[in-house]
Design a protein around this ligand. Structure first.
Ligand code: KG4
Ligand code: ZN
Length: 475
């Protein structure tokens, strides 16, 4: 399914047949001829018009005059996408207004989600039924939007300022990796305490680096899940306090949405898009047909791939986190050990606990027989199987959903072997690909600020009752 939002250009005669009660061919053509400030956007599904929106620019204001989605296509967010498009095109305007029937609660709710507020009643506006005039204030004609991102879901305390969702201004990351390395993994209680200690310093440092003040910030975006609950709460409470103190909108961001938008800082995402999310806590394939529309196609049934790297590292007595070490060893070893390809089926799901057990058993068996393990070769054999499993499912999804763009997200997307294979796959198929910058594969706030910009356009503003959730779903 190919989705597009386009200016109507020479297809407006189709609207007359599709929406006979709303427009005639003559009325639209006359409008377009005589009024250069009138615009019609249509929503195309497989090149078929299923809805439209008509809006006017009047000096520094925008008026939405008509908005319609064919009945059988309603309740699918298509209308929201058209509305978002108009909002994006009005970013330098003062406000957007529209009228809605006072009994159309569903539409009123959607407009409110996008920041429209009730302004006035228009008596009998709709042949006996009152209309409500709603208005969305835009950012005082300010063109650039600066989002402050806050990330503290695991063992990194990070703040970042990103402009318009694409341009990084300044990022500061304070990693606790050295504190946790002695324990072979992140200790939640120690992590939350370290966040509390770091949070104000990291914020100050970030503002200093950006040469900005809190007053220059437009929105505050914060990871509200998933992650370690104590760690999440430190970032969330900081965000709420700042939002209240400086009167800024508070935007919750899903941690994985953040990892995905790390790619947007390299190159603007293109849709339909497939993302392979591979981190210490997640392994999933996500399909996106537009900004901030996530569809999880499949995920791991047990361990995440990063977790598997770290556990294999533990049995090989490698330092934590073991992912980068195994990656390096694999590049010099040969894949001489025979390991099973996990969940070799036609689903989009993954499984890594069997592979982990196979490596652990192999090491123990060799130890019992007093045989030494060639760690480089075992690393190469393990990584080869990981790549085979990930690439098989990825190619399947690429073909099934005819994607234009492929991206990766999460700590394991730094892996050189996985990058090389995915690059080959995309080049063979003519699919545009982007990988996050190495420094932004692991947790950081730049990705949260980038995602926060699109979350805000999607109406994701929260109030101060916002809570953190350790197992938040991506939707
Ligand atoms: O995304 P992330 O910082 O944490 C979660 O949000 O889960 O990812 C951390 C994970 C760790 O398991 C680490 O071993 C792995 O990413 N990792 C790697 C590489 N660099 C980091 N795994 C394989 N190859 C790498 N080069
Ligand atoms: Zn992460």
């Amino acid at each position: 399914m190919i989705v597009d939002i386009v200016d109507i250009k020479d297809r407006f005669h189709e609207i007359e047949n599709l929406f006979p009660n709303v427009f005639t061919y003559d009325s639209i053509s006359r409008d377009l001829e005589n009024n250069p400030f009138s615009h019609y956007l249509v929503y195309l599904l497989d090149n078929k018009i299923i809805g439209f929106i008509n809006y006017y620019f009047i000096y520094d204001r925008v008026e939405i005059a008509n908005f319609n989605i064919l009945e059988q296509y309603q309740n699918n967010h298509y209308g929201s996408k058209l509305l978002e498009e108009v909002i994006m095109r009005s970013i330098d305007k003062k406000n957007i207004t529209l009228e809605v029937r006072c009994d159309n609660n569903k539409a009123i709710k959607i407009y409110q989600k996008y920041g429209f507020k009730k302004k006035a009643i228009r008596k009998n506006y709709y042949h006996g039924i009152d209309g409500i005039l709603m208005e969305k204030e835009m950012n005082n004609m300010k063109k650039d939007i600066y989002v402050l991102g806050i990330e503290s879901s695991c063992d990194e305390t990070s703040f970042s300022i990103v402009k318009n969702g694409v341009e990084e201004i300044a990022t500061v990351i304070s990693s606790q990796i050295d504190i946790h390395a002695d324990y072979g993994g992140v200790v939640p209680e120690i992590a939350s305490r370290a966040h509390v200690k770091n949070v104000t310093f990291v914020l100050e440092e970030c503002l200093k680096k950006a040469k900005m003040k809190m007053d220059d910030i437009d929105y505050i975006a914060v990871t509200n899940g998933p992650g370690l609950i104590g760690s999440l709460l430190v970032g969330l409470e900081t965000a709420k306090t700042l939002a209240w103190l400086y009167n800024k909108p508070l935007i919750p961001v899903h941690h994985i949405a953040g990892h995905i938008y790390a790619n947007n800082l390299v190159k603007r995402l293109q849709f339909p898009l497939l993302c392979l999310v591979i981190s210490g806590g997640h392994t999933e394939l996500v399909l996106m047909e537009a900004d901030y529309r996530f569809k999880v196609l499949g995920s791991t049934l047990d361990d995440a791939v990063g977790e598997c790297y770290d556990k294999v590292g533990k049995v090989l007595k490698l330092p934590y986190p073991a992912g980068p070490v195994i990656d390096k060893m694999a590049s010099v070893g040969d894949p001489t050990y025979d390991l099973p390809i996990p969940l070799n089926d036609n689903s989009f799901n993954f499984s890594f606990s069997g592979l982990k057990s196979a490596v652990i058993n192999l090491v123990h068996n060799e130890e019992q027989r007093n045989k030494s393990i060639n760690k480089e070769n075992l690393a190469a054999s393990f990584q080869k199987v990981v790549i085979e499993s990930l690439s098989k499912k990825t190619v399947h999804a690429m073909v099934e959903y005819q994607v234009k763009n492929f991206i990766m997200a999460g700590g394991v997307s730094a892996n050189s072997g996985i990058r090389k294979r995915m690059q080959e796959i995309c080049e063979e198929r003519g699919i545009d690909y982007t990988f996050p910058e190495l420094k932004y594969c692991t947790d950081n706030a730049a990705m949260i600020a980038a995602a926060g910009y699109y979350a805000h356009l999607d109406g994701k503003e929260a109030d101060y009752t916002l809570n953190a959730s350790s197992s938040l779903e991506l939707k």
